[in-house]
Design a protein around this ligand. Structure first.
Ligand code: HAM
Length: 424
């Protein structure tokens, strides 16, 4: 016998118990986004590699080492499984002139792919849901996105998620800052690790969020980006903070928060939980006013966020907020001459009336079928034997409590079943 194949490392099967929880979450998300006027949108899993190189930046971890990139041999083009969806959303917005009639609020959800080292909360295929408010320049959109996240955590009953906020200014302001930062880091070159030394020349701002204690010491003495901001950048950040305060959303300003994608300017933020271990960031986002032009579109502002579904599910489980799975209302057991046809059409009639009904398959004694009914989790067993067939009836047996079983005329069953279910 050949060895059974397994899923690709870092890519998870989502089995029914969790998959049903996710369906439930998706329903919550769709309602929540609709309440804020965000419209749903979908983009392909595969994009031209150049899209992510241009949007996310050549000197980022994602582009340097985490992309699933391959050559499509049929037409010799380089394609990449999307590592995130902001680039795709902006590409689609340009391609379909989505801003023609004014700004847009958009949301998406689906799988993303990053070739990272898998661990709890970090996978190679993971799901995100995210929002992009495109065409909005002021801090109001930034605030709206952040406040809506706070409302979602509340609706889901999640506690202990804190907000970190920063501004990284405009690209001109960052360029001036970068020069001084590099000077400072070079002056302490001996304390930098290999990663920081490499980034010094490619992406020095990323050294700011190094986890290495020695590098952090150097960073602590570095000039602060805030001091390089002009009037407009400061005003944007201050107004954002005022709106958040007005909405009662608390936050800390983390001057070292820079995020791992290069398209950001001005606002950046992360929602972080203390209950997730090392992979603590549930949601991250920020403003990307240069991205449209960078991708060849007419310049337009944008701001958005994305949240990791697996991390959110782990938080829901940790908070005991698991949603109930959808169990069948009834499980139909049948035995005897002519009962399969009777049970088969009965189940179909009940489904048409809106009930969730499982019809036993595979024969067996009533006893063994009843065991299956019990294990299925259904609220009721519907028993069809030759007696029921003759009487044009069905025996209804509650499975989750001690109520006695009862014979009901088949013609009345669809109407009566509701009462049986209420009592269960
Ligand atoms: P990101 O910070 O790269 O941002 O990812 C957002 C969230 O996705 C993270 O906070 C985390 O919860 C989840 N996530 C990321 N990588 C993994 C992984 N390997 N395994 C499990 N979960 C993961 C973005 O992707 C930006 N597109 C967000 C954005 C939208 N900015 C503006 N608009």
């Amino acid at each position: 016998m050949s060895t059974p194949l397994q899923a690709v490392r870092g890519m998870n099967d989502v089995l029914p118990d969790e998959a049903e929880q996710r369906l439930w979450l998706e329903g919550v998300l769709a309602n929540w986004f609709a309440r804020y006027g965000y419209r749903h949108m979908r983009t392909p899993l595969l994009e031209h590699t150049a899209l992510f190189r241009r949007a996310i930046g050549e000197a980022t971890d994602i582009v340097e080492k985490e992309m699933y990139t391959f050559t499509d041999a049929l037409n010799n083009e380089s394609l990449t499984l999307r590592p995130e969806a902001t680039a795709s959303t902006v590409r689609a917005a340009i391609e379909h002139s989505l801003l023609y009639e004014g700004p847009r609020r958009l949301w998406y959800q689906g799988p993303m792919y990053r070739h990272e080292r898998p661990q709890k909360g970090r996978y190679r295929e993971f799901y995100q849901f995210g929002a992009e408010a495109i065409g909005f320049a002021g801090p109001q959109a930034d605030a709206e996105l952040i406040v809506m996240c706070a409302a979602l955590w509340k609706e889901l009953g999640l506690e202990g998620i804190r907000l970190e906020l920063n501004t990284i200014g405009s690209s001109e302001e960052r360029a001036a800052y970068r020069a001084d930062l590099v000077k400072h880091l070079q002056a302490h070159a001996s304390a930098l690790d290999a990663d920081a030394t490499r980034r010094l020349h490619t992406n020095p701002l990323r050294v700011l969020d190094s986890k290495n204690p020695r590098v952090r010491e150097v960073v602590a003495g570095a000039p602060a980006l805030m001091g390089y901001l002009g009037e407009a950048s400061r005003a944007h950040f201050e107004q954002l903070q005022r709106l958040l305060a007005a909405a009662g959303v608390s936050f800390t300003v983390n001057a070292k928060l820079v995020r791992g994608l290069d398209y950001y300017n001005l606002t950046v933020f992360e929602w972080i939980s203390d209950r997730l271990g090392a992979q603590a960031t549930v949601c991250g986002g920020g403003r990307y006013d240069g991205l449209f032009a960078q991708l060849g579109g007419k310049p337009a502002p944008g701001v958005g966020f994305a949240a990791g579904v697996e991390r959110l599910m782990a938080l829901l489980a940790a908070s005991g907020r698991a949603a109930p799975g959808r169990q069948a209302d009834a499980y139909v057991v049948h035995q005897g001459e002519g009962t399969l046809e009777y049970a088969f059409t009965l189940a179909e009639d009940l489904r048409a009336a809106g009930y969730a009904v499982v019809l036993h398959a595979g024969g067996g004694s009533f006893k063994s079928q009843m065991k299956k009914a019990d294990a299925n989790g259904a609220a009721l067993a519907l028993i069809v034997g030759e007696d029921e067939l003759k009487a044009a009836a069905v025996t209804v047996k509650p499975l989750r409590d001690a109520r006695p079983q009862q014979q009901v005329a088949r013609a009345a069953l669809a109407a009566r079943l509701r009462d049986f279910l209420k009592g269960s």
